[in-house]
Design a protein around this ligand. Structure first.
Ligand SMILES: *Cc1c(COP(=O)(O)O)cnc(C)c1O
Length: 421
């Protein structure tokens, strides 16, 4: 065993890992583009963008340069009573590409905190208006993060089970479709006087199993919420920054949410950073001579200048024409791949949204803890690819710089595995 791994096993507790039975971690010492390099020099394709965060490839030289320059200029400053150019640039950059109804930017550190802030903004919005509204609406199978508020608005699952009795009450509804849309609207109308907000992952539910649903029904729900005076939160933590083929999943919609949450791709996968944006109306509800109407929320590292510098650099790359070409190229390649495998007897279901392609392995049971998960995970690792199935659900979510050759290599290994397992 290597020195790094041995020391790791002595000292570290890893996320989402049963430390008793887990395989030893693999030590990664270098990243370049879509590749990760192990300490023994093996090259692995990062086909899940390192938990969905990496959009432009690892150790991107342009982002690295901007981070380096920022570290030599200003590493951090308290963000209450002070500001700095990187935060202001980032706010302007983001507001220039997210839906036009978004007016203000609030910083935090990660996706879960971006969601916490959005929920708190909605609850306090009604509180500040002296309206008693404390219920939140969310989708079954939703995933919005691991802190308590974010867990509460996530579907109840094995992940939340030890805490379920402590999670606040949430009204859960199914994903919308042609059949149930009228019923879902009637549920919203029924509870509207208590509903503070409706939170959703637009178009794709990530951790819940890469479940996809049609933009037009979400559009109807958002519109209905607006008519019924219920606030809406688009959690774009996973779908933001090109994942769905457009810059944001909300760009597939006509009706826009009141609040939006961002994190994963925000810094190109370089540094932790979260953002919650909101409309002028939400912001205005906190303006008062009464200090008690203040949003009392903040983190030590709010708007960290180095993280903001990484996000601004990532923004520059995102806005290059080449990035949109890559999104179109990957989407088209994924679609061709789906055509080739969708009728395979081992494929139970398949689907795609932009750069995310998904297939469900046809095995008994669909649980996250399905044995096929470990078999496939280890098999693909042995082929030099990180694919991290959610139970029997395999998905590819690559950095946008992935080459056609590397995509073909992944597709071919999946096809071979379909015949083997
Ligand atoms: C990952 C994720 C989160 C949580 O983000 P973290 O940075 O892991 O806390 C929230 N919402 C969605 C949709 C996510 O995919």
């Amino acid at each position: 065993m290597s020195n790094i791994v041995e020391k790791d096993l002595n000292t570290i507790w890893h996320p989402y890992t049963q430390m008793k039975t887990a395989d030893k971690p693999i030590a990664i010492v270098k990243g370049e583009g879509v590749y990760l390099f192990t300490e023994t020099g093996e090259k692995i394709i990062d086909a899940v963008s390192s938990w969905w965060v990496n959009i432009h490839g690892h150790s991107h030289p342009y982002i690295a340069q901007k981070v380096f320059e920022q570290l030599q200029t200003l590493e951090h400053v308290i963000f209450a009573g002070f500001t700095h150019p990187q935060a202001v640039n980032l706010a302007e950059n983001l507001l220039s590409i997210i839906p036009k109804n978004q007016a203000k930017i609030f910083f935090s550190d990660n996706g879960s905190t971006a969601v916490e802030v959005a929920i708190k903004m909605c609850l306090q919005f009604w509180n500040n208006k002296a309206e008693k509204r404390t219920k939140i609406l969310a989708f079954n199978n939703a995933y919005h993060g691991d802190t308590f508020g974010a867990m509460a608005v996530s579907g109840r699952s094995a992940f939340t089970a030890p805490f379920d009795t402590l999670l606040f009450d949430v009204e859960f509804i199914d994903l919308p479709n042609e059949e149930n849309i009228s019923y879902l609207k009637s549920q919203i109308s029924k509870h509207k006087s208590q509903l503070a907000c409706f939170i959703f992952e637009p178009l794709v539910q990530g951790a819940g199993g890469m479940l996809m649903y049609e933009a037009k029904y979400l559009d109807e729900l958002i519109k209905h919420c607006r008519n019924e005076n219920v606030l809406t939160i688009a959690d774009e933590v996973m779908t933001g920054f090109g994942r769905t083929g457009k810059l944001f999943a909300s760009d597939h919609l006509l009706n826009k949410a009141d609040l939006m949450c961002f994190s994963k791709g925000l810094t190109g996968g370089t540094m932790p950073l979260g953002i919650t944006s909101c409309t002028q109306e939400i912001y205005d509800a906190f303006l008062s001579d009464d200090k008690l109407k203040t949003l009392f929320h903040g983190h030590s590292f709010t708007a960290n200048p180095v993280a903001c510098a990484a996000a601004n650099a990532s923004f520059d790359i995102l806005m290059q024409a080449e990035t949109q070409q890559n999104l179109d190229r990957i989407s088209a390649k994924h679609a061709q791949f789906l055509e080739q495998i969708k009728l395979h007897p081992r494929v139970k279901k398949s689907r795609q949204c932009g750069t995310i392609v998904v297939l469900e392995w046809n095995v008994e049971g669909t649980s996250y803890f399905n044995n096929i998960r470990d078999t496939l995970y280890n098999h693909f690792l042995s082929k030099g690819i990180i694919l991290r199935p959610l139970g029997n659900i395999i998905y590819i979510m690559p950095p946008y710089c992935i080459s056609n050759d590397d995509l073909d290599y992944i597709y071919n290994e999946i096809k071979a595995a379909l015949n083997k397992f």
